[in-house]
Ligand binder design. Structure first.
Ligand code: NDP
Length: 444
């Protein structure tokens, strides 16, 4: 059995009931096969793959908190410190009822390669809890965040592990967590990113993932002879990534016509009204039915369906495994030319293979959504310098980083004989830097 196959089999055996983690490892290792097999004995002797698929540390803890009626609740919480070869652990905190150890491990594993691709000195980590902030009062969310941070603060720090937002963790939650960290540790330091502007946050961090997604998509289209201007775009999700992807797509002259949340989706042939979407989602935290009620050109549909709309470019920005093989078939049948992942692993493996086989340009999340973590690293730099850069300065650094990421993965794909396979290019480019650092640092 080849070394890659052996390690995939071991991961499945040693980490039962973690299908998302298996999927992420399989996808990465399959595309590294050509690199590993060129020097298999060396990698095997150093157990490099076993080390890279095994987190350096996994923290599991309970989070007790009291609701507004005096009832005590207990949630499970996780922080997986996956790999620190190239910098302190860095990765978001997800608050969603679906969170479990396998999901956090899949996200942490992906984060290693994504962070490496940014070219910035950040290792890979991820965390979260099965707490659901939806429908909770601000006081209940604060109670949860304070209890969560009371335990987590023992294991993180500006030079060791710097968490950030993710699904369910926005500016409100980061604020509550930061306050509790400062209170317990007595340190005013850049331990979290995604902070508010009045206490160390970076301009353009809120917009970064969505904007970065569009910068990379624009470059990918340009290098393949297309212009983003005038393109019809389908977006899923209606959260942080989706909203700013829609905004930047419009600024670049494209027309985003859909968005979705966990209950339904909008088709707005006139183009999504970003101000209204922000009002519904960021201010009122309401359902998309409210968007449709206020916009005569919009249709609201229950359930899933965004990918049935004819478009040139598809941007899945909600959650993992939301774009299936059937969706990929519908996109291809409708003439879609490019898919770029705003969310983490939103496209199933079968759907990815189908899109690639049908010559759809495909940018994987670990490259396409790296703008968020890259700007988080820029927030860390500003905190260390005790300075704040302007919006334009951060945005222009973000754009450079995204354009560079695209060329890194394009070059890596070409170098290993897989031109146009940006999944392989991203995994290879991300892996080589981390593997080099791990080998230089000995068996640790
Ligand atoms: P938000 O919580 O702001 O928004 C998530 C959106 O996706 C919401 O519209 C939500 O609907 C929808 N959604 C979430 N879970 C499901 C589900 N199981 N089924 C259907 N819809 C769902 O999160 P973000 O925008 O921050 O994150 C979106 C994705 O992007 C995630 O995969 C995240 O890991 C990834 N990402 C985020 C980064 C960031 O900087 N924020 C950086 C890099 C990646 P509803 O409103 O109904 O909950």
């Amino acid at each position: 059995m080849s070394y890659v196959d052996e390690v995939i089999a071991q991961v499945i055996e040693k980490n039962p009931a973690q299908p998302e983690f298996h999927q992420a490892v399989k996808e990465v290792l399959e595309s590294l096969r050509v690199v590993i097999e060129a020097d298999e004995e060396k990698y095997r002797k150093d157990a490099l793959l076993e080390r890279i698929v095994t987190p350096e540390r996994q923290l599991l803890f309970r989070v007790p908190w009291v609701d507004d009626k005096g009832q005590v609740h207990v949630n499970n919480a996780f922080r997986v410190q996956f790999n620190s070869a190239i910098g302190p652990y860095k990765g978001g905190l997800r608050l969603h009822p679906s969170v479990n150890l396998g999901i956090i491990k899949f996200l942490g594993f992906e984060q290693i390669f994504k962070n490496s691709l940014t070219g910035l000195p950040i290792g890979g980590g991820k965390g979260g809890s099965d707490f659901d902030p939806k429908g909770k009062s601000d006081r209940e969310v604060m109670a949860f965040c304070q209890s969560f941070m009371t335990e987590l603060c023992k294991y993180i720090g500006a030079d060791t592990d710097v968490p950030a937002g993710d699904i369910g963790t926005g500016a409100r939650e980061i604020g509550f967590m930061y306050g509790q960290y400062k209170r317990i540790r007595g340190l005013y330091e850049g331990v979290l990113t995604g902070k508010g502007l009045s206490y160390g946050g970076s301009l353009a961090r809120t917009e970064a993932t969505g904007y970065g997604l569009l910068y990379l998509t624009e470059e990918m289209l340009k290098c393949n002879g297309h212009d983003i201007k005038g393109k019809t775009v389908c977006v899923s999700g209606a959260g942080n990534v989706a909203i700013y992807a829609i905004q930047k797509a419009q600024q670049l002259g494209a027309k985003p016509v859909t968005c979705s949340d966990s209950t339904g989706w909008i088709y707005d042939p006139e183009g999504i009204d970003v101000a209204l979407l922000k009002e519904v989602k960021e201010v009122k935290r309401a359902r998309l039915t409210e968007y449709a009620a206020k916009r005569s050109s919009a249709e609201y549909h229950e359930g899933r369906g965004v990918w049935t709309i004819k478009c040139d470019v598809a941007l899945p920005c909600a959650t993992q495994n939301e774009l299936t093989l059937d969706d990929a078939k519908a996109l291809v049948a409708n003439g879609c030319i490019a898919v770029a992942e705003g969310a983490n692993m939103p496209t199933t493996m079968e759907a990815t293979e189908y899109l690639q086989a049908n010559k759809v340009l495909f940018a994987p999340g670990k490259a396409a959504n790296a703008g968020g973590v890259a700007t988080s690293a820029l927030e860390m730099s500003q905190n260390s310098e005790r300075l704040s850069w302007t919006f334009e300065e951060v945005d222009s650094k973000l754009k450079n980083i995204m354009v560079n990421i695209f060329h890194n993965l394009d070059d890596a794909a070409k170098k290993y004989g897989m031109e146009g396979n940006y999944v392989a290019g991203a995994n290879i480019a991300g892996f080589l830097k981390v593997a080099d650092a791990m080998q230089a640092q000995g068996i640790v």
